[in-house]
Design a protein around this ligand. Structure first.
Ligand code: SF4
Length: 347
């Protein structure tokens, strides 16, 4: 089997018994149902990955995800890191990445992470608006995100930041509303701008899905929370992606991982198994529109890299239909050498 170039070995570390009460999290309702990995599990997972030859050790990392890695029991955290570090020290994997909360980073924790060859740290910032953080019971402030980000960068780690779109208090109609004149995109861009100022190496954008058993589900059912539709979230995330692109900040992910568990638990809000593709469709639409708008005859032949034809055309030919309804006649063709996400046209 061919080796994947940048495959990571992903190990989910639940925060069983988490004392926080984030509005979007169903940890409390599923508490105890997620098995906690131990050092042996880490070793077995790494061995399985190496044996299946699906990863290239030169590029692959061991990724502990779950969102609160440095907040779990300290002895457990160290035992997981020790097991993973053996594979980095013997050159079998390139490094270790973790994700955690901004208020669970300090110099002492960073020195432990460094000792065990962690290279990348992602923080769940979620919002940089203290009002939104408070309404969603995150238990940390925007300043915590800034302070943790500075420490992470100063210590030489790669920094990733995660943000959410459409949390409680960000949407028109949410009660209590403040600044009701602001759109979801304006509120989201505020967070994106403060995140960009921290100069992360990458960002992940998660539109809010309302899961059963969460505080958001209660607020939604009580009629005080109005999460965005998929279409609104696509519009907003495309704006944010364009913004990060201009700032040369890599967007590592947009939308939740497709999963049957999430699908079964979503009662409202934004969940689509191919959410990023919808955003990529929108970005292509905008780029094509900017070209064809300048054509006096309203016609254009657009070239994209061969693998991106379906993204440029859109799901169910949505982009072609939209352009046609605006009176434009656009032909989208493959051309080798066009950069991913870019378009070319005849001059
Ligand atoms: S999202 Fe919040 S409530 Fe859920 S596990 Fe993480 S810190 Fe705890």
């Amino acid at each position: 089997m061919a080796k994947a170039k940048h495959g990571n070995v992903a190990i989910f570390v639940p925060h069983n018994g988490c004392p926080n009460m984030c509005s979007f999290c169903n940890q409390r309702t599923i508490s105890g149902q997620s098995a906690q990995p131990d050092g042996e599990f880490v070793r077995k997972t790494c061995e399985d990955a190496l044996n299946s030859m699906t990863v290239d050790p030169q590029n692959a990392q061991i990724a502990f995800f779950g969102g609160s890695f440095t907040a779990i029991d300290r002895a457990l955290m160290v035992s997981l890191l020790q097991a993973a570090a053996e594979y980095v020290e013997t050159g079998k994997f390139a490094g270790i990445r973790i994700s955690t909360r901004p208020d669970c980073i300090d110099e002492e924790i960073l020195s432990i992470l460094k000792r065990y060859h962690v290279t990348d740290i992602e923080l769940g910032a979620q919002s940089m608006d203290d009002r939104v953080l408070r309404l969603n019971r995150r238990g940390h402030t925007a300043e915590d995100v800034e302070k943790a980000s500075r420490l992470i960068k100063q210590a030489g780690f790669s920094l990733g930041l995660q943000m959410m779109v459409g949390l409680y208090g960000e949407n028109r109609g949410d009660i209590p509303s403040e600044g009701a004149d602001k759109t979801l995109t304006e509120r989201t861009m505020y967070t994106a701008e403060r995140i960009a100022a921290l100069k992360p190496d990458g960002v992940r954008i998660y539109p809010t899905a309302v899961l059963k058993g969460t505080e958001l589900a209660r607020l939604f059912e009580a009629g005080v929370y109005f999460p965005p539709s998929v279409d609104m979230a696509v519009e907003c995330c495309a704006d944010v992606m364009e913004f990060f692109e201009k700032k040369n900040i890599t967007v590592l992910r947009v939308g939740l991982h497709a999963s049957e568990t999430v699908e079964a638990d979503v009662i409202a809000g934004v969940y689509h198994p191919a959410f990023r593709e919808l955003c990529d469709n929108e970005l292509y639409f905008r780029k094509i529109l900017r070209i064809v708008e300048k054509k006096a005859d309203k016609k254009a032949k657009i070239y994209v890299e061969p693998h991106s034809i379906s993204k440029a055309v859109g799901q169910k030919r949505k982009n072609i239909v939209r352009l046609s309804s605006l009176g434009y006649d656009v032909c989208i063709c493959p051309r080798e050498g066009v950069a991913a996400g870019e378009i070319e046209t005849e001059s």
